[in-house]
Design a protein around this ligand. Structure first.
Ligand SMILES: [Zn+2]
Length: 548
């Protein structure tokens, strides 16, 4: 628990303390917000009761009496018994795909492949002409074998259909989908796989082979994209998210976000991590960072490997449950080096997905060729799920930012040991070690791979427990963080991972009034009570966008 800071410090009201307070007597604000308690998440981890907002930014934070004596405002928001925090940020998610997922068959809650296919068969054929299901996970089914296309072929003899695994790194495609992507028994895919049985594709695809099918699907129209964006936004705001980092953004997607920003319908703040395509580099990156109130683009997102669940994560040694297999390397080192060089030249950050310890090694070696120790370029390693001691040290030395998803630890806990064997378990999901080495880190969810609810990530980080509060005592609980650190990882540190700590991530004068209120005190309430915490209000730039 952090120290209780002064209610009304000079730093919060202005630089000259009492002087500023006197001058500001009777000052006009647009909005005054009150709550039982506000966690400012500033340097002192202070507590307050009220804040005043003007033109979307925080004017001052203090006690109820202080704020109400010094400011008058036409609007008051009394959050009653709720606790307020800086708006939650998700530093790594797939915001737009979440918007599409919300409109397509969602397969995560199925208990068998039969049920997943039935759900897809019951859905309407969208304008693209493709049926796209998402979210299956054979580990959650009674029968844990990977599925094949036979049922999908029967349900959709002529319509192309693809069912993507929860992690996005594996999929089952039916015969028309394979044909559309030009995949057959002879296909050899670099960084991916087309699985065969009796000389024929089973329909199961891994990593870059999944991307080949995705590439064959007609791009969504502008209005479909806008609809997806608005749907994702509404859902995220209701969950207390005020800022999201979209991992891997195409140019047309950035343009759709920019249009929404211009027409005033973009309420949430987006940090768009760009796919390093030629058009993104030429059209956006070469002009330097793009920074608007609600839309920032200043980084490249790449993938170095697949995921642990589908044994696509690149390991330094063989999978314990699949000897001879070390996973997939999904990019070439030369290409990674080229993009790192472009990023440095444009003032861009690198965000590279590396789940396996082999992928982490590859990425850190590449970063090491471009970064000097002590730099403040904040290049990030996304996921960082498996790390050797040596690479943990290297991350700290090169000042690389761990962009983790604590919630993956509890999603992976049931089968991590079978993938790695007991001898390598110390390398897995070691978030507290990362925090201790680096001093800070960012915690996101990777939604829609996980649910978008940021409180799941908070609980996984602080308690290493799943949605049911299991296991008792937490999974490898020596890697749990303090609650205060888990809160910072989704606010001020998440902002810092985006170079945005000057304008958001804490409740301080001058920053955007991005606020979330919960009916629970994340720092002080009993652990068990945090499982039914609900969002009471979400405010972005002083605008109340969700309220119950
Ligand atoms: Zn991701």
């Amino acid at each position: 628990m952090g120290p209780a800071g002064p209610l009304f410090s000079s730093a919060q009201i202005g630089n000259s303390g009492a002087m500023t307070m006197r001058e500001s007597r009777g000052r006009n604000a647009d909005l005054i917000v009150r709550a039982r308690r506000m966690y400012t998440v500033d340097r002192a981890f202070g507590r307050a009761e009220a804040l005043a907002v003007k033109d979307g930014r925080i004017l001052a934070v203090g006690s109820r009496a202080e704020i109400e004596n010094y400011f008058s405002a036409p609007r008051h928001l009394d959050l009653g018994d709720a606790c307020a925090y800086p708006g939650f940020m998700d530093p790594h998610c797939h915001f737009l795909s979440y918007g599409f997922v919300l409109q397509r068959p969602w397969l995560a809650d199925t208990s068998s492949w039969e049920e997943a296919v039935a759900l897809m068969a019951a859905s309407e054929i969208p304008p693209s002409g493709w049926i796209q299901g998402r979210g299956w996970d054979q580990n959650r089914w009674k029968k844990k074998d990977f599925p094949d296309r036979s049922l999908l072929d029967r349900a959709f003899p002529r319509t192309p259909a693809i069912a993507i695994r929860i992690d996005g790194h594996a999929a089952v495609a039916n015969a028309p989908a394979l044909a559309a992507a030009g995949l057959d028994a002879r296909s050899r895919v670099e960084g991916g796989m087309v699985l065969l049985r009796d000389g024929l594709p089973t329909g199961l695809l891994l990593d870059n082979a999944v991307d080949l099918v995705r590439a064959a699907i007609p791009a969504p129209s502008e209005s479909e994209m806008r609809q997806a964006l608005l749907k994702a936004q509404a859902s995220c705001l209701s969950l207390g998210l005020t800022s999201v980092s979209n991992a891997g953004t195409e140019l047309r997607e950035v343009l759709a976000m920019e249009r929404a920003h211009e027409e005033g319908s973009l309420d949430i703040r987006i940090y768009a991590m760009l796919a390093p395509s030629a058009e993104n580099i030429e059209t956006l990156a070469r002009r330097g960072p793009l920074a608007k109130d609600r839309l920032t683009a200043r980084s490249f997102k790449m993938y170095a490997d697949g995921a642990l669940g589908s044994r696509g994560a690149l390991l330094l040694e063989d999978y314990a449950d699949d000897p001879g297999n070390r996973g997939l390397q999904t990019l070439e080192e030369g290409e990674l080096d080229r993009i790192c060089g472009i990023a440095r030249g444009c003032g861009y950050q690198m965000n590279v997905h590396a789940i396996g310890d082999g992928a982490a090694r590859l990425v850190l070696e590449a970063y090491g060729r471009h970064l000097e120790p002590g730099n403040d370029l904040r290049w990030r390693i996304e996921h960082a799920q498996l790390l050797t001691d040596e690479d943990l040290e290297r991350i700290a030395r090169l000042r690389i930012v761990p962009s983790i998803q604590a919630v993956h630890a509890v999603s992976d806990m049931a089968w991590t040991e079978s993938r790695l064997g007991p001898g390598r378990m110390y390398r897995s999901h070691r978030y507290r070690d990362l925090l201790e080495h680096c001093g800070w880190l960012a915690n996101g969810s990777d939604f829609p791979i996980e649910k978008a609810d940021p409180l799941r990530g908070f609980r996984a980080a602080a308690f290493r427990k799943d949605d049911e509060g299991r296991p008792e005592g937490g999974w490898s609980s020596d890697q749990a963080m303090e609650r205060v650190d888990a809160l910072k990882a989704m606010t001020i540190w998440a902002a810092r991972a985006n170079f945005e700590e000057g304008s958001r991530g804490s409740l301080e004068a001058g920053k955007w009034a991005d606020i979330v209120a919960l009916d629970r005190d994340l720092v002080e309430d009993g652990e068990d009570s945090l499982w039914d915490a609900t969002v009471q209000a979400t405010i972005v730039g002083g605008k109340i966008l969700h309220r119950i």
